[in-house]
Ligand binder design. Structure first.
Ligand SMILES: [Mn+2]
Length: 475
């Protein structure tokens, strides 16, 4: 009897990052995560994704938590499992391009605080915007004894995005010194048989391991994973069932069961996975009850195949429109998005291009006239500051929004002076750890508000102690 050749599919668990980002606007607090880490550490995951732009932002802004402290606590909880983060290329975890010194320092601090795998992407797939982060990862890999640079290509549809485009990119990524490639399908646009073609072509173009990341938004994701795995993909991203499906990822337990007994068998223990799911399920129920989890993002939205809107953007848009009592404009905005995207050179829709296109679409709809008002980010895209788009941008829109302004074609960061010292100078009164300057760099106002909050908390504690000593008990 011939021995079956084993090629277990590797799994990255997303429940601590993308799953709750896509379903509940990234509101899962650290304290809720910690008790389950020990069990998650026993599963055998290839990695656990736990950090990224939205988790960083929401920690500071809404949860009043230090994101660096979250990372260190999660690192403590995972003794054996690799931790993974998402990194927006030259935009780091923020919404604007940074100078190289900030990019390098952020990579260093991410690795030294516990990250193993850095998934680096650019919202325009402009590889020039990824080189600094890849180089920094390779540099600190040696220094910290940990670090893996994964370049993620933002998957999208459009005339320019042919198989040749993707295989050409794969070759370039290998030349750049990355350790692996991810196809990052933010909106669930990759359908099963296209996945066979894409993964087959990419596997023949590069020796690097290939990981596939998709979302359930359009309802095809599990089938896409099945075809991708058969075509030789190395790693897939899944989420534990209580925070799977809808705008999140396919369910971990379902994919594990799918490949059981085949050459792709993960070997994961379903009983252990069930215990982990039991831990998260009551929190899902709580989120449904308090409205944080909106049933609108949980079903199949086949219209995403037309509008190409990623899950995180959808759930943000729903809550933004809700806040402005403009929920009835939901489908108008969705319809405006492809037009704005075309005007801006047909970029993929992923943070920050998704936010830029989404916000501009909201403006266009609410103002009743296209580009009557343009955000400063829309202007920056049109000036070429975010990088090169695969298609030319609309000259008409350029003339309307930035008439007579100079546009650039070089790597934008080449025009930026180092900025760490300046940033440090601006925030030094609040600094309690080296990492604070990076929090400030990414979100100056939000981080400052957090620093003030942190200090107030600390002083309150000190005051209580002092007052107790003096026998005074102020109300
Ligand atoms: Mn995602």
């Amino acid at each position: 009897m011939s021995e079956q050749v084993k090629k277990p599919i590797k799994i990255t668990e997303t429940i601590l990052r993308d799953a709750h980002q896509s379903l509940i606007a990234t509101r899962m607090p650290t304290e809720f995560m910690l008790p389950i880490l020990e069990k998650m550490d026993k599963v055998g995951y290839h990695s656990v994704e736990c950090w990224g732009g939205a988790t960083f932002d929401a920690s500071l802004r809404f949860l009043k938590e230090d994101p660096w402290d979250r990372l260190r606590k999660i690192r403590d909880g995972f003794k054996n499992t690799k931790l993974q983060m998402l990194f927006r290329g030259q935009n780091i975890l923020g919404y604007r391009p940074y100078a190289d010194d900030v990019v390098e320092y952020f990579v260093q601090k991410s690795i030294s605080n516990g990250i193993d795998i850095i998934r680096i992407f650019d919202c325009l797939n402009d590889l020039r915007n990824l080189q600094a982060a890849v180089d920094a990862t390779n540099k600190f890999k040696v220094q910290e004894g940990r670090g893996h640079a994964q370049i993620a290509l933002s998957y999208t549809l459009g005339d320019a995005y042919t198989l040749e485009y993707w295989t050409d990119m794969a070759k370039k990524i290998e030349e750049m010194g990355a350790d692996s490639i991810c196809i990052k399908d933010m909106a669930g646009l990759l359908v099963p048989y296209k996945a066979t073609e894409l993964i087959t072509a990419m596997k023949s173009a590069t020796k690097l391991p290939i990981q596939l990341h998709t979302h359930y938004t359009s309802g095809v994701a599990s089938m896409t994973y099945l075809k991708a795995v058969e075509a030789g993909v190395d790693v897939i991203d899944t989420a534990m069932s209580p925070f799977a499906l809808g705008t999140s990822q396919p369910a971990t337990e379902v994919m594990v069961e799918t490949f059981k007994g085949t050459e792709y068998d993960t070997g994961f223990d379903q009983n252990l996975l069930a215990e982990i799911a039991d831990y998260f399920r009551p929190y899902r129920d709580e989120c449904l009850a308090n409205g944080l989890l909106n049933p609108k993002v949980m079903g199949v939205d086949i219209k995403t195949l037309l509008y190409q809107v990623p899950g995180g953007m959808l759930s943000n848009m729903v809550s933004q429109l809700k806040e402005q009592n403009a929920e009835d404009k939901y489908y108008d905005v969705l319809k405006e998005i492809p037009q704005v995207r075309k005007d801006l050179g047909e970029p993929p829709l992923v943070t920050p291009s998704s936010q830029i296109v989404g916000t501009q679409a909201v403006f266009n709809v609410l103002m009743g006239e296209r580009y009557k008002m343009a955000t400063k980010e829309t202007k920056a895209v049109l000036r070429g500051e975010y990088g090169q788009t695969v298609k030319p941008m609309s000259q008409e829109v350029i003339d309307k929004v930035i008439p007579g302004e100079e546009r650039i074609t070089c790597r934008y960061a080449d025009l930026l002076d180092n900025e760490l010292d300046k940033l440090e100078g601006e925030m030094k009164e609040w600094k309690q750890q080296d990492e604070d300057v990076l929090s400030y760099a990414l979100f100056p106002q939000v981080a400052t508000d957090f620093f003030k909050y942190r200090q107030a908390q600390q002083e309150k504690v000190d005051m209580t102690q002092a007052d107790t000593k003096n026998g005074a008990y102020p109300v």
